[in-house]
Design a protein around this ligand. Structure first.
Ligand SMILES: C[S@@+](CC[C@H](N)C(=O)[O-])C[C@H]1O[C@@H](n2cnc3c(N)ncnc32)[C@H](O)[C@@H]1O
Length: 215
């Protein structure tokens, strides 16, 4: 299964769906083809990227089920949109999008990096995180954070803030084993004393998470 297919499996049926930073438009296509949304808004800051999605979804654009919007982040997206996907961008970009607009009613976020910062931001803003795990595709791991603007407050341990709440006996365990290997590899390099200490600290932390000692 490729990244898009796995990512789409996190999307729930809704009345209105917006794919912010849609690029190709594959996620909106998944929602529309599977009748999972009444209407899909495809948006991108790049007119060129949006045009790609418009071409892919031409028949839905023509029948009004898909609405293209060229804008930065959530700028022109109705805050009442039931479900918003923001995927394939850096965590810092996702935070900036949310911070300059609002936290969507329901969201699925797939940051490519700085995932801890995204979790911290959401928790700080009082959003509820309902699912926080990862999947692997093409030899890479992708974290996905699903949640809602309002809801129950979440408790996160330092390890969960760093790595989410995935299955330690599944993809999360595999991800951490790879992180361990990568960091042990760094120690073979000619590092400054400061970097070496930081890498050693990270290895200890990951080993603790894997053994259940660091929760
Ligand atoms: C790497 S693509 C990811 C596409 C798709 N979401 C996915 O996960 O496969 C990132 C897309 O986000 C768009 N983008 C980046 N920053 C944006 C922003 N602030 N607002 C809207 N779109 C943005 C880019 O133009 C690009 O089309």
């Amino acid at each position: 299964m490729d990244r898009i297919e796995k990512l789409c499996s996190y999307l729930k049926p809704c009345s209105t769906f917006a794919d912010v930073g849609c690029d190709h438009g594959y996620c909106a296509r998944y929602m529309l083809e599977n009748s999972l949304c009444g209407r899909a808004i495809i948006s991108d800051v790049s007119a060129k990227c949006l045009a790609k999605a418009e071409r892919l979804l031409d028949r839905y654009v023509k029948n009004g089920k898909c609405v293209p919007v060229c804008c930065a982040g959530l700028e022109k997206i109705d805050p009442e949109t039931e479900l918003v996907l923001i995927a394939g961008m850096g965590g810092e970009e996702i935070i900036s999008i949310l911070d300059s607009a609002y936290i969507p009613r329901n969201f699925v976020l797939q940051p490519m990096r700085n995932v801890r910062e995204v979790r911290e931001y959401l928790l700080d803003k009082g959003a509820e995180i309902t699912r926080d795990d990862l999947f692997s595709s093409g030899g890479k791991f992708y974290f996905v954070i699903s949640g809602a603007r309002e809801g129950n407050k979440n408790a996160y341990t330092p390890a969960q803030l760093e790595y989410g709440k995935g299955d330690i006996h599944g993809d999360l365990g595999l991800f951490l084993e790879e992180e361990l290997k990568k960091n042990r590899g760094y120690l073979q390099r000619n590092l400054s004393a400061e970097s070496r200490a930081a890498v050693a600290e990270r290895i200890k932390f990951i080993e603790g998470v894997l053994s259940g000692e660091n929760e």
